[in-house]
Design a protein around this ligand. Sequence first.
Ligand code: PFF
Length: 450
Amino acid sequence: MKINGNGNRGNWGSRMGFILAASGSAIGLGNVWKFPYITGQNGGGAFVLVYLVCAIIIGLPIMLAEFTIGRNTFRNPVGAINSLRPNSPWVVVGFMGVLAGFLILSFYGVVGGWTIAYIVKSLGSNIAHFETPEKAGEFFGTFISNSSEIVVYHLAFMAICIGIVIRGIDKGIEKACNILMPALLVMLVLLMIRSLTLPGAFEGVKFYLAPDFSKITPEVVLIALGQAFFSLSLGMGCMITYGSYLSPKEDLATSALFVVIFDTMIALLVGMVIFPAVFAMGLEPAEGPSLVFSVLPAVFTQIPMGGFVAILFFILLTIAAITSGISLLEVVVAYFVDEKGWSRKKAVLFSSSIIFAFGVPSGLSFGSMSDVTWFGMTFFENVDNIASNYLLPIGGMLTAIFIGWVWSPLEAKKEIERHGGTFRFAGAWEFLIRYVSPIAVAIVFLAKIF
Ligand code: PFF
């Protein structure tokens, strides 16, 4: 069916389907795994507050910018920029996006594989039997250094993503997210109730919600902004790609607002699961990246019904990772479908095989390849660093500059209003996208270099 003139590329079946899929992309390991541990390391409530400001004044305008470019051109990031400014150097921004999708999925798939492994291990009741977090940490360390196990679970994660993306937009991605996203919310609420009713949980709530303003430093602001980009799936054209399957009758501004609200709400809810539990158990909130995989199993061991809670939690983490993994794959697939004229099937199989192969050294970075380092970082850390800390922020900044100064806020406004409504915040949006977003991201990026 040809709804927005985008040929037979596919379309979202409904606005709710689109919002759930875009929220599914945004809500992922960034929310459930990364957000709690960096909040724990950066002062709790104060960090949460700064994060909220970044998501609203920088994330939201760029989200709307990406949706707008996508729907106006109904193309992948490369094709989108090419059709707005043909034969200009700006197309590089599109290629950077496709490259970022490729790189992020290569290591994201590895962590996605860990989450599947932890479901399997929780079912075998292997996870909730640790007297101390150290023991849980040792277990995690042994697991991630076992090369063959890691590769098998990594492959399993990629296979699930392939199975969904190959079915296309409405029958694959949308259908999966329609089921998975509500399931995620229900599980999260159950877990939050479990966590908040533990004795001593209130200390965790206080740490999480009461801001201590002395903890807000420039460094904290930078970390919060970087996290907003990663968590909202911005800066690599993922939301351009998802926007390209949207019909003109839908309201872009409200959709962007919903996605930002959902993503932020889930991050906040996850914190309400993790911190009360960590404090109730007298553990350290600043544990770092292993918080979810090593501290939480120790928490599960000590709480009533912990074995069951562990299964729920790791299913939740896997769902969140899958709905983001498919969006990363879709960016690369859309490029081959639109620009090279490939069939969806060929594009999915080709790109996912290469992404998987490229991800194998990331999977081995905690075991047989842990000594292979460049710039003092493993393969995994290098790929993560290049994509998340460089390609996303630069991509986001250039997208904001492109729409604010090169394409035109006026044209963008016309696209935003194509559903027949009035975009009441056009003035504020233009100001944010032209000045605030590029300058703020430039500061983050420069601060990362120097
Ligand atoms: N937003 C995802 C998360 O929070 O885990 C990660 C991600 C997905 C980043 C898609 C970028 C992207 F384009």
